[in-house]
Design a protein around this ligand. Structure first.
Ligand SMILES: Cc1ncc(COP(=O)(O)O)c(C=O)c1O
Length: 486
């Protein structure tokens, strides 16, 4: 399918052309444009309204929206659930805003999404970081060791809340139960960014990991649009227990969420919950079994590529979500070259590619044809791999933290202070005044206030050379970084 601009080219015509083509999505959203599911959905313009009588108000719900949110909470075992139309981003920001005040300390695992990082600067938090373990030979961030959290809390008894990402973009889950114990010993709340795990709370025969909601977390944020059949931007924030005030969450959501929430998106959230509570759960169970067979067959046949299936109970990987198909080049091909073949030859669009691997996101909405095409593509690429296909080094885009960057000043001070652009080549030793983030997955490699190490400059250079999108680096030849003025 041509994606060139041409006469009559518009966003809508392009989207329609994509929908009519044979390209298959192994990326978000989780509904996968599944025709069977989409066919039953009311066309968007017919139900796009604002807060008129009879339709309630998301920011002060007292009718149909309140009931829908209460039903959702009941289905997944939360005490309160808020529908979100600005993605998990606004839920993460509201959650962090609710648990600490400017100048206070928050403990975060350093592989947080940029939405959490931005709050550090916006709210003038004093972050304390723990590093996740390294997984896949150092290519990706693994689970977070609960003992590291316990230790960091002992060293920083004034921390007000703890924030972890579980699962990661690659589907690696941490031992949330043990983390919750360590956090609750201090009487403070645990926030889990479960943006990629919205399918976890639904009964699935034990194939997918248990949701943080059932493991002691106080606030859990999930993007429905990533792994469930719901429209882009839809997400939920769940609360359990009494360590966080629901009034404070409401107050924060009024700041971070639009004052004109889309009824189309809210209907999509409601529909997603109803669907999961009805036939979706069984479909999820069957999808889980399908993925177990997918990995088992690949495991028997692959010679060079590596596609890890179930990994459980390891320090660096407490559990893994099988819906994330992570294809490693096995030292013979880069992830970006692999993604090119998936696109060119197979018309499969992956979710992301970096130096060492490609991520294909699957969901309960994938068709048998789609999964079969991916399976055949992986096997055929594996067979045809030759030495000339490219090289893969050790490490990858998320190997951004050989050590914790040194925090020279608090994030807010660097973000709002005097700054100057410094060519990347001269940036080692300087202090970042903005975020530098590789997309996807959107984990900041540098946050304002951190000293830029020579290793970090090398990693950023490598990502740029690979053609990855590095947000926060200038487009000019010098690839300037915004640094704190000396
Ligand atoms: C780990 C993680 N958390 C949060 C988010 C933000 O989610 P949303 O796009 O729903 O705002 C993302 C987005 O990619 C993510 O990967």
């Amino acid at each position: 399918m041509s994606r060139n601009h041409g006469e009559g080219d518009s966003l809508e015509s392009r989207l329609n052309a994509l929908a009519d083509s044979d390209w298959y999505p192994f990326h978000m959203p989780g509904h996968k444009r599944n025709p069977e599911f989409a066919r039953e959905y009311t066309p968007v313009y017919r139900m796009d309204i604002t807060e008129i009588a009879g339709f309630d108000n998301l920011h002060s719900p007292a009718g149909i929206l309140r009931d829908a949110m209460e039903n959702a909470a009941q289905w997944v075992g939360a005490d309160r659930t808020w529908f979100l139309v600005n993605g998990s981003t606004c839920g993460i920001q509201a959650a962090l805003g609710a648990v600490a005040k400017p100048g206070e300390k928050v403990l975060l695992a350093r592989n947080f999404h940029r939405s959490a990082g931005q709050m550090l600067a916006l709210r003038d938090f004093r972050p304390v970081f723990v590093l996740p373990e390294e997984a896949a030979g150092g290519s990706i961030c693994g689970s977070v060791d609960p003992e590291k959290i316990r230790h960091a809390l002992r060293e920083n008894p004034d921390v007000k809340a703890v924030f972890l990402t579980s699962p990661t973009y690659e589907g690696i889950v941490s031992d949330v139960r043990a983390a919750a114990e360590a956090v609750h010993e201090r009487g403070i709340p645990l926030i889990i960014d479960e943006a990629h795990g919205a399918h976890f709370p639904w009964k699935n025969g034990g194939v997918f990991p248990v949701s943080a909601l059932d493991l002691g977390a106080d606030l859990v944020i999930q993007s429905l649009h990533k792994t469930l059949p719901a429209l882009t931007q839809t997400a939920v924030l769940h609360l359990r227990g009494s360590r966080v005030s629901p009034e404070e969450i409401f107050r924060q959501l009024r700041i971070f969420e639009t004052s004109s929430p889309s009824y189309v998106l809210m209907a999509s959230i409601d529909r997603c919950f109803r669907y999961m509570a009805d036939s979706g759960m069984e479909r999820l169970r069957m999808f889980g079994e399908r993925m177990e067979r997918f990995y088992a067959e690949l495991g028997k046949q692959l010679r060079t590529l590596r596609v890890p299936g179930r990994i459980r109970g390891k320090k660096e990987c407490f559990d893994r979500d099988l819906s994330k198909v992570v294809i490693f080049g096995g030292g013979k091909i880069t992830g970006t070259a692999l993604a090119d073949i998936l696109r060119r030859t197979w018309h499969l669009e992956p979710e992301m590619a970096c130096r060492d691997y490609v991520i294909c996101m699957t969901s309960l909405m994938d068709t048998e044809d789609g999964l079969e095409r991916l399976f055949r593509a992986i096997l055929e690429i594996d067979r045809e791999l030759t030495e000339e296909d490219g090289k893969s080094g050790s490490g990858g885009v998320l190997r951004a933290f050989p050590a914790l960057p040194r925090a020279a000043v608090p994030p807010e001070e660097a973000f709002d202070g005097q700054w100057e652009n410094v060519p990347l080549g001269d940036a080692a030793g300087r202090i970042a005044a903005d975020f530098v983030t590789v997309y996807p997955p959107g984990v900041p490699m540098l946050i304002p206030g951190e000293e830029i190490s020579p290793e970090m400059v090398a990693i950023i250079r490598e990502d740029l050379a690979l053609g990855l999108e590095v947000d926060g680096i200038g487009e000019d030849a010098a690839r300037a970084v915004r640094c704190r003025r000396k």
